[in-house]
Ligand binder design. Structure first.
Ligand code: BDR
Ligand code: CA
Length: 307
C-alpha cells in the first residue's frame, strides 16, 4: 500500500481528488495538509475537515502555510466560491490536529522510509519543508503534483493557478531533485465532467455524491457564464490517478523551470524541448489522457465505491 501525504487547498477539484484517493484501497492517507490557495487557510482547512467527516477519514488533518513565500495571497474564489466549497455550508467537522503541517511532515518522514506526496495547491508547504529539512527529502519517493502546463496558463497567459500563486515555492520544488510527476493543464483541461456526470454522482453517490454535487454548482455556473461551456475540469484528480492508473496517460520527461518573475511570465512552467538539450529531466509530465476511461473510472468510483 502506498503511503500518502495529501497537500491541498480544497477547493472543489481538490475535494474530488481527496475522495478519490480515500476510496482507492491502494492508498493509505497518513495526513492531509492544508495550504492557502483557492481560498484562505481558514476555509481550506475547514473544507478538508468537512470532507474528512463525510468520508469517515481517520488520519490527521494539519494546517499549513497561510500565505505564499514571497508574493501576497492570491485566491480563485470566483471559481470555487468565497468559502472554497461553492458557498455550501458544512458544520460537521473531523478533528484538526494540534500539530502543524510542517511538524507533521517532519515526523512522518522520520517515521517512514518512503512517502508519496500528492500536491494539489500552491507548493508553499513543500518548499518550506525542502528548505528546512533537506536531510529528510530523500524519503519522498515522488511528488505527484497538479500545476503548470506546457501549453500555457489559466490564471494568466503563462501562469497556471497553483504555480502563479506561489512561483517561488514551485521553483524550489522543481530544483529539489525529488522525483516529480506533473499533471498540468495539458491533460487536466481534458479531464472534465459534464452536468450529466455530476447528476449521476449525486443520484448514486450517497452523502459524498450529494456533497460533490452541491459544491460543484458554482464551478458549473462559472463555466457556463464565463467560459461558455458546461464542463468542470477536475484538475487535481489527475495527480491521484497518475499514481493509481498510469495507463490512462501518455507521459514525457522534461527538464523544466518555473519563472518567479513578477511580470507576465510569473508561474510559467517552461519545458526544455530542444532535441539536443543536455539538461537532465527533472519532471515526468502527463501529456495525454484517455478521457473516456477517466470518466468511466470516476463515475464507478463515486457511485459504487466505498471504504
Ligand atoms: C488548480 O488551481 C485550483 O483552482 C484548482 O484546485 C487546481 O489545483 C488548477 O489550475
Ligand atoms: Ca487545488
Amino acid at each position: 500500500m502506498r503511503k500518502l501525504i495529501i497537500d491541498c487547498d480544497p477547493g472543489i477539484d481538490d475535494a474530488f481528488a481527496i475522495a478519490s484517493a480515500y476510496l482507492d484501497p491502494e492508498f493509505e492517507i497518513l495526513a492531509i495538509h492544508t495550504v492557502a490557495g483557492n481560498v484562505d487557510i481558514e476555509n481550506t482547512t475547514h473544507n478538508a475537515r468537512a470532507l474528512a467527516h463525510v468520508l469517515g477519514y481517520k488520519g490527521s488533518i494539519n494546517r499549513g502555510a497561510k500565505a505564499p513565500l514571497i508574493y501576497e495571497p492570491f485566491s480563485a474564489a470566483e471559481v470555487h466560491g468565497n468559502n472554497g466549497f461553492g458557498g455550501y455550508q458544512l458544520t460537521e467537522l473531523a478533528p484538526l490536529s494540534e500539530e502543524s503541517a510542517f511538524d507533521s511532515a517532519r515526523r512522518i518522514l522520520l517515521e517512514n522510509d518512503k512517502i508519496t506526496y500528492v500536491a494539489l495547491g500552491p507548493l508553499t508547504n513543500l518548499a518550506i519543508l525542502i528548505k528546512a529539512h533537506p536531510e529528510l527529502i530523500h524519503k519522498i519517493e515522488v511528488i505527484s503534483l497538479m500545476g503548470g502546463g506546457i501549453k500555457g496558463g489559466n490564471t494568466t497567459l503563462a501562469g497556471e493557478f497553483n504555480f502563479y500563486a506561489d512561483p517561488h515555492a514551485a521553483h524550489i520544488v522543481f530544483e529539489s531533485g525529488i522525483p516529480l510527476i506533473m499533471a498540468g493543464l495539458d491533460v487536466t483541461e481534458k479531464a472534465y465532467i459534464t452536468t450529466e456526470d455530476i447528476n449521476e454522482i449525486k443520484t448514486n453517490g450517497r452523502q459524498l455524491g450529494e456533497l460533490l454535487y452541491e459544491i460543484s454548482k458554482v464551478s458549473f455556473k462559472f463555466s457556463k457564464e464565463i467560459l461558455g461551456h458546461e464542463r468542470v475540469h477536475l484538475h487535481d484528480v489527475m495527480s491521484v490517478l497518475a499514481l493509481s492508473h498510469p495507463d490512462l496517460f501518455v507521459t514525457k520527461d522534461f527538464h523544466m523551470r518555473i519563472s518567479t518573475d513578477d511580470n507576465f511570465m510569473r508561474g510559467m512552467s517552461m519545458a526544455d524541448r530542444r532535441p539536443r538539450s543536455q539538461e537532465k529531466p527533472n519532471v515526468t509530465v502527463l501529456t495525454e489522457i484517455d478521457r473516456d476511461k477517466f470518466r468511466q473510472l470516476l463515475l464507478t468510483r463515486f457511485t459504487i465505491g466505498g471504504h
